[in-house]
Ligand binder design. Structure first.
Ligand code: ATP
Length: 393
């Protein structure tokens, strides 16, 4: 079957009243972004409270569906056959041919659901339903009509052409990215933070990211891995501005000055401060991390409280209640897992204590930081000034 158009069904965003057009525009934008690398020519547009993707000429059907399935805000993708309006007798023949090709096994129930976007069409919707239903029953006597729970809901939309569709492919759900502000993801090369970014962007939030590396302790390849991860997340979240911060001198200084069992917590606090700086500068409204309670020493309730202590904006931790396997399952589904498990060093794993504190006291940590002289401010300033910015899309 050759499909000429996709009708995009959207759920939650339909209920947003006067803001509806903002949501639809964001969805159109995201659909265009998702299809930019697909073979084929696509026209994406809104018409009468619906979004359509017209496919001109040859295109890769499977790949198109695959990309559309990543767009948040879409609940269903309906592949449409467009039929020329060459009179009702011809339409009956075309509909019978459609049913024949789409459903080789005719032991099915169906219902015809006509909708007239062009009100001047000579038949009413009800008349179209009855006449097309009859034509199908005549052509395939094994079929039956069931108006309540049909196997096949045959939608016939009368526009300039006749749009026919009966399949709905499940979409990603959520809200279109760009409809709920922007947040800053602390993106490491691990499994959890890409999943965290994916989950927040599913709610319509645009993503920026900050990655901390520690050359020469961490390699160029480790950095490339994070760029690769950002690129995979951007398939869902749209373009991502990635800040790459050289963290080496800050880490070495903390290593030199602070009790080693507190290293990870203090480092994490500096990461949050830096990420928050970029977040504020770029109008992000929150930070995102891939932390999950109890996963490691730096993610106990006490450690999370100590990390949070330096943040003035909300910190979103969407995988906080997930077990590792649950996070891995999502990572596999969204395609980040294989990249995340590549064995490259992370700056946090280079300077770790043998026995990190698992229940840090915030007051104690604050006091340890007081031992750091103004040199830490200079190092922070340099880190901010020398950060590299990569547009990932
Ligand atoms: N080098 C880094 N750059 C940016 N963010 C980082 C870095 N290291 C850790 N983070 C942030 O801190 C969170 C906790 O890091 P940690 O190393 O304890 O976790 P993890 O459970 O292995 O997470 P992940 O799998 O995301 O690395 C990460 O999810 C991430 O948001």
């Amino acid at each position: 079957m050759r499909y000429h158009t996709f009708l995009i069904k959207y759920g939650e965003i339909g209920i947003k009243g006067k803001n509806r057009y903002l949501f639809e525009d964001a969805l159109v934008r995201q659909v265009r972004f998702a299809l930019k690398d697909v073979d084929g020519q696509f026209e994406v547009y809104k018409s009468q409270a619906r979004i359509y993707v017209d496919c001109e000429g040859d295109y890769d059907y499977e790949d198109t569906i695959e990309h559309l399935k990543r767009v948040f805000g879409i609940v269903g993708i309906c592949p449409v056959v467009r039929m020329e309006d060459a009179g009702f007798e011809q339409l009956k023949k075309d509909i019978v041919a459609y049913m024949d090709e789409a459903y080789p096994d005719k032991r099915l129930t169906f219902k015809v659901e006509a909708r007239r976007a062009r009100k001047s069409y000579p038949l009413t919707s009800m008349e179209i339903n009855c006449a097309l239903g009859e034509a199908i029953l005549d052509a395939f006597p094994e079929t039956k009509v069931d108006v309540h729970h049909p196997d096949v809901m045959l939608n016939v939309e009368v526009r300039n052409e006749i749009y026919v569709y009966s399949r709905i492919i499940k979409g990603a759900g959520g809200m279109p990215v760009g409809t709920n502000g922007k947040a800053m993801l602390l993106l490491s090369g691990g499994i959890d933070s890409p999943v965290a970014g994916y989950m927040i962007s599913k709610r319509g939030v645009g993503i920026e990211a900050t990655y901390f590396h520690a050359p020469p302790y961490t390699s160029e390849r480790a950095k490339q891995k994070v760029v690769d991860l950002a690129r995979i997340v951007s398939r869902y979240a749209g373009p991502i501005k990635l800040h790459v911060v050289n963290f080496t001198d800050i880490q070495l200084y903390i290593y030199d000055q602070c009790p080693h069992e507190e290293l990870t917590i203090i480092m994490r606090r500096y990461m949050m401060r830096i990420a928050e700086y970029f977040a504020k500068k770029d109008g992000c409204l929150g930070l995102i991390t891939g932390e999950s309670i109890g996963q490691v020493a730096s993610q106990t309730m006490q450690s999370l409280a100590a990390t949070n202590d330096v943040c003035t904006m909300p910190v979103y931790r969407p995988v906080i209640g997930f077990d590792k396997q649950e996070i891995v399952n999502i990572a596999e589904r969204i395609g980040t897992y294989e990249t995340s498990i590549q064995p490259f060093e992370d700056c946090c794993t280079i300077f770790v204590a043998k026995h990190p504190v698992t229940k840090p006291n915030v007051e104690v940590i604050r006091r340890s930081e007081e031992h750091l002289s103004e040199k830490i401010d200079e190092l922070m300033k340099t880190a901010l000034e020398t950060a590299e910015m990569i547009e990932v899309k």
